[in-house]
Design a binder for this molecule. Structure first.
Ligand code: HEC
Length: 314
């Protein structure tokens, strides 16, 4: 979402990430009212040019806000560029500030930020003195638990771009299959088998999924996994007496132990006597943010592949 652009002399509105941002409500800055609008970019590093969205582009600020939902807390890497000024906060804490003038470069700043489980709010205040106006930021998926998601070309402002790109329906299913089964990268096959291809069973076998859901529902399954959870694959969170927390899908349970399949696609056997707490989560065990390892074109290919998975395909 983006708000702006207003004269820098008017100052900046307080954005309290904990106050439940209402993007429908106008924000007063000086004697003017501004409204949030949705923005998206399919540039691999989230590069966006606000100049096209606003009439005033000299000596101005605009605010871009991205909400990132994480199934669990962890450190992520970020990288950004700006022409000109940039002030960036993650959950209310300033992680980057540049107040000079410069041209855009993809990696003018980088660092690590702590994300919490659930809703995280990234606020990017982008300023322009004069001339071209651009900003961009990419946030990685480097939580140790999702280490296989390390490639992160997508922008934090781009979920809509993935949805739109996926809906077009011109993807290359063969290429989508390659992405799905690639050992490195987005890692679908670490959790899913398709028919007799692959053996992972952390998530359901996806043979027939193309007949089961229309395209927009397939898109939703990936972009918002917790929106609808396939029964029998809810996430369980277990705490052990050594203080360890293990989460994933329960694959089997005996009188002595519980076997959980985690986000890396590994099976962990936990002796029942070591378990001090156990709860069901309403979050999917399929991580959100998987699209961050893809370009929108990759995503379209992946959707085309899922659509091709009818019951009678090989
Ligand atoms: C860490 C394990 C994991 C990874 C990685 C993963 N998934 Fe999933 N997926 C699951 C689980 C568990 C479910 C069932 C729970 C749910 O519906 O959210 C699921 C559900 C789904 C569904 C809905 C199935 C149905 O019948 O309702 C689709 C489609 C899907 N995944 C596709 C993908 C694709 C494509 C990728 C790669 C981009 C992927 N998944 C990566 C674990 C994973």
């Amino acid at each position: 979402m983006i708000l702006g652009a207003w004269n820098q002399e008017l100052g900046v509105p307080e954005i309290d990430p904990n106050a439940g941002l209402d993007f429908g409500a106008p924000v007063r800055i000086g004697d003017r009212e501004f409204r949030w609008r949705e923005i998206a970019t399919d540039h691999p590093l989230g590069r966006f040019s606000p100049a096209e969205s606003f009439d005033e582009t000299s000596g101005v600020w605009a605010l871009a806000v991205a909400i990132i939902d994480r199934p669990q807390a962890g450190k992520v890497r970020w990288q950004l560029g700006s022409d000109d000024q940039a002030v960036v906060s993650v959950n209310g804490r300033v992680v980057y500030e540049f107040l000079g003038d410069r041209g855009w470069g993809a990696d003018q700043g980088s660092g690590e930020a702590e994300l919490i489980a659930g809703r995280n709010v990234v606020v990017f205040r982008t300023g322009n003195s004069s001339g071209p106006w651009e900003f961009g930021m990419a946030i990685g998926g480097t939580d140790p638990q999702f280490a296989f998601l390390e490639v992160d070309p997508s922008s934090v402002v781009g979920l809509g771009a993935f949805r739109e790109r996926g809906l077009v329906g011109d993807g290359d299913a063969a290429r989508g299959a390659e992405l799905f089964f690639a050992a490195e990268g987005i890692g679908c096959a670490k959790c899913h088998a398709v028919g007799k291809q692959g053996s992972a069973d952390i998530g359901p076998n996806l043979l027939g999924v193309g007949a089961k859901y229309p395209r927009d529902e397939l898109i939703r399954s990936i972009l918002e996994p917790s929106n609808r959870i396939f029964s029998g694959y809810e996430m369980t969170i277990v705490e052990t007496d050594s203080g360890e927390t293990i989460q994933g899908v329960v694959r089997s349970e005996t009188a002595e132990s519980l076997v959980i399949g985690d986000a890396k696609g590994e099976r962990i056997t936990i002796p029942l006597e070591s378990i001090v707490a156990r709860e069901r989560s309403d979050q999917s065990a399929m991580p959100s943010g998987l699209e961050k390892g893809m370009t929108p074109d990759d995503f379209a290919d992946l959707i085309a592949y899922l659509e091709s998975l009818k019951e009678d395909s090989p």
